[in-house]
Design a protein around this ligand. Structure first.
Ligand code: UDX
Ligand code: ADP
Length: 467
């Protein structure tokens, strides 16, 4: 296999954008095209104002500034990008299906399939196709079949190269990856394709961190990794409920069990519920796969992780209502944070959306301050739930630009996202501006609850008994 000179990536989203920026940075001799059907998104990737990049990730703008229009190019000419490249990454979205067979469970592969068909139509030379989107097991073989149908005498190799980056730390995760996983076919061609991709990652990672497997193992490993991580969160959240009843402190329990090196300290932070584009989708996928094969006990086991997460979001909102004398109708409730975690502008599956929806059912006035999320995004998130007419959502959801302005005359504040900035707010000032009793619901346990109680707040926190 000759060295790769041009790579193209279809899909300029949270995965494609940062991953290609790092590949371009570390492989200056390779031309990297990132293409997308969304013209506005590409315009923003090319914007001179780096604050406008469609993905916010610490460190990303600096890299884009260094390599954009040198060896990293964002554009919408997908056909050209396919023609030019020896290696094509598919990084399009694979949301949970909202229709038909597998509705609400299986991944919707229509965008991936469209890409495969477009590659098959346009390609004039051999291609290595790399699946980067999270996909159910056996997708690579479907891609391969679609490519082979055209029978142009070209050789296609399909690799699975799942992405393990977490949002908010994407650049660090890419630069210092624990491991890179590349699944390929055992044929000679498959092995050559694997080596070509290994070489790209070897530009900055030691060879022993690049694991190669067969395609199925690689695909299933991605789902399994996310299922295990999400399961830890649901496990600690399940314990948080019991803590609230008994007086054990969930953070102390997490510290105690996390000190056992077999368990380890990460992903044990009790919270208002996990969000993000991956965990729920991947677990639902796993559940669907198990059900498909008639493995109902295994399916039920994984499904429980989602059930627990839904319960955590639901009971947080229900707790707010019951603490505030069983009515929040007409009350101003401030949300600190809307993103699904700190340091990202991504809101997919954020607990904030579901909590807001439940409180709007109770006719609460929701005022949201988030350092990175736009008003438009918040509105759209609620519209997408489809629970009530859009105008009615707009009537209850208010966008705030400043955390102190937001709080004036509020009955309660709920910390939904663990943005660092919330830890250093002037809580005395906030207390003064609020109606009394002033309630705080700390959905992330990032605040100093003792100090807040001394100021006069009524504090409710995840996994802590009410005092
Ligand atoms: C996840 C995986 O970590 C990553 O490897 C994969 O590629 C994509 O899915 P991401 O969804 O970006 O990444 O963020 P992650 O840091 O995993 O957080 C997911 C959710 O879990 C967030 O809502 C976060 O706030 C929550 N979380 C995380 C907790 O509630 N408690 C924890 O201890 C850790
Ligand atoms: P992820 O988190 O997986 O990166 P995103 O939704 O952020 O998901 O990004 C996926 C991107 O893929 C979107 O910008 C979308 O416009 C793009 N996309 C989807 N289908 C196609 C397609 N057929 N051709 C080009 N781009 C596509």
């Amino acid at each position: 296999m000759k060295d790769i000179k041009t790579i193209s990536c279809i899909g300029a989203g949270y995965v494609g954008g940062p991953t290609m920026a790092v590949i371009a940075l570390k492989n200056p001799h390779i031309r990297v095209n990132v293409v997308d059907i969304n013209e506005e998104k590409i315009r923003l990737w090319n914007s001179d104002n780096l604050d406008e990049l469609p993905v916010y990730e610490p460190g990303l703008a600096d890299i884009v500034k260094k390599v954009r229009n040198k060896n990293l190019f964002f554009h919408t000419d997908i056909n050209q990008a396919i023609e030019d490249a020896e290696m094509i990454f598919i990084s399009v979205n694979t949301p949970t299906k909202t229709y038909g067979v597998g509705k609400g469970m299986a991944a919707d592969l229509k965008y991936v399939e469209l890409c495969a068909r477009q590659i098959a139509d346009v390609a004039k030379t051999d291609k290595i196709v790399v699946e980067k989107s999270t996909l159910p097991v056996r997708t690579a073989s479907s891609i391969k079949r679609i490519l082979a149908e055209q029978n142009k005498g070209l050789t296609y190799s399909v690799l699975s190269n799942p992405e393990f980056l977490a949002e908010g730390t994407a650049i660090k995760d890419l630069l210092e990856a624990d491991r890179v996983l590349i699944g390929g076919e055992e044929s000679e061609n498959g092995q050559k394709a694997i080596e070509a991709l290994v070489k790209i990652y070897e530009a900055w990672l030691p060879r022993e961190r690049i694991l190669t497997t067969n395609v199925w193992s690689s695909e299933l490993s991605k789902l399994t990794a996310n299922a295990f991580l999400a399961q830890r969160i649901s496990s600690i959240n399940a314990i948080s409920v019991l803590c609230e009843k008994t007086g054990a402190d969930v953070d102390e329990v997490a510290r105690a069990i996390g000190s056992d090196s077999r368990i380890g300290p990460k992903f044990l932070k009790a919270s208002v519920g996990f969000g993000g584009s991956c965990f729920q989708k991947d677990i639902l996928n796993l559940v669907y796969l198990n059900r498909f094969y008639g493995l109902n006990e295994a399916a039920d086991y994984w499904e429980q992780v989602i059930i627990m997460n839904d319960y955590q979001k639901h009971r947080f909102a229900a707790n707010m209502v019951s603490s505030m004398f069983n009515t929040v109708s007409g009350k101003k409730i401030v949300f600190y944070g809307w993103a699904f975690k700190k340091d990202t502008n991504d809101t997919r599956e954020s607990a904030a959306i579901y909590i807001a929806d439940q409180l709007i059912d109770e006719q609460a006035e929701i005022h949201v301050y988030d350092p990175k999320v736009s008003h438009r995004r918040m509105q759209q998130d609620l519209y997408d739930l489809n629970t009530r007419p859009e105008a009615e959502n707009d009537q209850y959801l208010h966008f705030e630009k400043d955390p102190y302005e937001a709080i004036r005359g509020a009955h309660a504040v709920a910390v939904i996202t663990e943005w660092d900035v919330f830890k250093s707010l002037d809580w005395q000032k906030i207390y003064k501006a609020m109606k009394k009793p002033a309630f705080i619901f700390d959905g992330r346990n990032i605040l100093d609850h003792e100090a807040l109680r001394e100021i006069g707040f009524e504090v409710t926190a995840i996994g802590k008994k009410k005092v």
